[in-house]
Design a protein around this ligand. Structure first.
Ligand code: DX5
Ligand code: ZN
Length: 219
């Protein structure tokens, strides 16, 4: 199994050429494809849902890393699993029973992730740690790609890394928001093992393949 994962977020891809964009990052060495589902309630933006997940499933063999920025995620997990999601990551802020939700996701045949917003304390994710296959730390306020990295998220990653190690958990510790060649090494040093990037890959001036290669070179 890979030690580190690069998960390009298609939020910054050119959707007129989605197939080509995904094929390009796959050929360049992407490990997963990150799909940002937003509902206009939990976050201000509206993006994609099961239909696009199913489209991605036809385009690539890579695992689909689906990040749910939606209220009441329990209403959509089954449709997203059926559409071909490999991993479903839900925000702790949207789940009164995060452990139950992770179990439900696993019962649908997906791996299960829990994510916390920049203003949410590590304590909120504590009960999820033994059950999660993945913990995601947001390093921007969710909603849009292209925002500036929040340096305070580095300490959060270190704190969660310590807790996962104490549990002898092999869960991925993923980071999302403002990840580029400058911030990736800092998050890796803090203990992150999976890295989401939209702008740094799809808006690379030399194209997405170069974006993937320059981030992967830091693993
Ligand atoms: C933000 C999304 C991210 C976003 C990252 O709400 O969850 O996955 O696409 O974009 P960059 O890498 O540009 O910060
Ligand atoms: Zn995301």
């Amino acid at each position: 199994m890979n030690k580190y994962i690069l998960s390009p977020s298609i939020l910054s891809a050119d959707f007129a050429r989605l197939g080509e964009e995904i094929a390009t990052v796959e050929a360049a060495g992407a490990d997963w494809i990150h799909v940002d589902v937003m509902d206009g309630h939990f976050v201000p933006n509206i993006t994609m849902g099961p239909f696009i997940v199913a489209t991605c499933r036809r385009i690539t063999k890579l695992p689909l890393d689906v990040h749910l920025m939606i209220d009441e995620p329990e209403r959509y997990i089954e449709a997203l699993a059926k559409a071909g999601a490999s991993n479903l990551t839900v925000h702790v802020e949207t789940c009164p029973d995060i452990v139950g939700m992770l179990k439900q996701i696993k019962s649908l045949g997906c791996t299960a992730g829990a994510v916390l917003n920049p203003e949410t304390s590590v304590g909120a994710i504590q009960p999820a740690l033994p059950e999660a296959d993945l913990i995601l730390v947001m390093s921007v306020h969710p909603g849009y790609s292209g925002q500036s990295f929040m340096p305070e998220s580095i300490a959060k990653v270190s704190e969660i890394r310590k807790k996962l190690n104490a549990l002898r958990s092999s869960a991925w510790l993923e980071v999302d928001g403002g990840i580029d060649t400058g911030t990736l090494p800092q998050m890796k040093e803090a203990g992150a093992t999976a890295f989401v990037a939209a702008t740094a890959i799809f808006k690379d001036s030399d194209g997405p393949a170069a974006g993937v290669r320059s981030l992967r070179a830091l693993f």
